[in-house]
Design a protein around this ligand. Structure first.
Ligand SMILES: [Fe+2]
Ligand SMILES: [Fe+2]
Length: 244
């Protein structure tokens, strides 16, 4: 059995007023360490830091250091991809083996922009290369609509979601598309494939369908645990206590 935990959007801030981000990530890491069996890997799906400051990535490395399993990261719109990749010694986009699963980590941030863009040609090439193996596709910007316009306006463009739906329809071995960015857990189906977003390890976005204002709420943080069970993948939401 293969499993991995997905932590997302810690938004670490260097300095005194970090809005609880470091403590919240510490709690999430402790909860992952408490899992039995231990997951085979951990993915941090973007917005690792709030300002893209290398000091934030130093904090992230320190806070994630207790995890004995491989830790994969990908950049979000708040990150400086170069600084993040340098701190973690990782390329901006890559495939990684997690037990029997293949993780395809896409880079979606655009410099200076909140919304994302997906390199569909690159993703298609990775899916061709791993055909026949169970794959999880990860990206920061989710290819789903939440119904919360303030979040959907800073997601992936509609034409890219449509193109990804077509692509996923050709690759039935993709078990799930997983993402972050929206600071909530949401689920949809795209091209026959389940798409799920992870909550933030710290602050959650207010649930207001049709909402136009972005508002963070001190709702319970959490993370996802993805578990491959033979020929299917289940994604669990584990909520966490807040320490404030
Ligand atoms: Fe975020
Ligand atoms: Fe984001």
């Amino acid at each position: 059995m293969t499993s991995f935990a997905q932590l997302s959007d810690p938004h670490l801030r260097a300095g005194r007023d970090d809005r609880g981000a470091a403590r919240a990530l510490e709690i999430a890491v402790a909860a992952v360490l408490d899992l039995h069996p231990a997951p085979d890997a951990v993915l941090v799906s973007g917005d690792v830091g709030e300002h893209g400051d290398p000091a934030e990535y130093g904090m992230a490395r320190d806070l994630l250091a207790p995890l004995p399993m491989p830790v994969h990261v990908l950049a979000g719109n708040h990150d400086d991809p170069e600084a993040l990749c340098e701190a973690f010694g990782t390329p901006a986009r890559y495939t990684a083996e997690i037990g029997e699963l293949v993780l395809v980590a896409c880079d979606t941030p655009l410099p200076g922009r909140l919304e994302g863009r997906l390199d569909l040609d690159w993703l298609e090439a990775q899916l061709e290369a791993t055909r026949g193996r169970p794959v999880v596709v990860a990206m920061h910007h989710p290819p789903l609509l939440t119904g919360i316009p303030v979040l959907d306006e800073i997601g992936l463009p509609a034409e890219q979601r449509a193109a990804l739906a077509k692509l996923l329809g050709r690759f039935p071995d993709v078990r799930r598309v997983i993402a972050g960015h929206v600071h909530r857990t949401a689920f949809a189906v795209l091209g026959g494939c389940g798409v799920v977003t992870a909550p933030s390890t710290n602050l959650q976005a207010r649930l207001e369908i049709g909402g136009e204002a972005f508002e963070f709420r001190p709702e319970p943080p959490g993370f996802l645990l993805h578990v491959e069970l033979g020929n299917e993948l289940v994604s669990h939401l584990q909520t966490l206590p807040r320490d404030d």
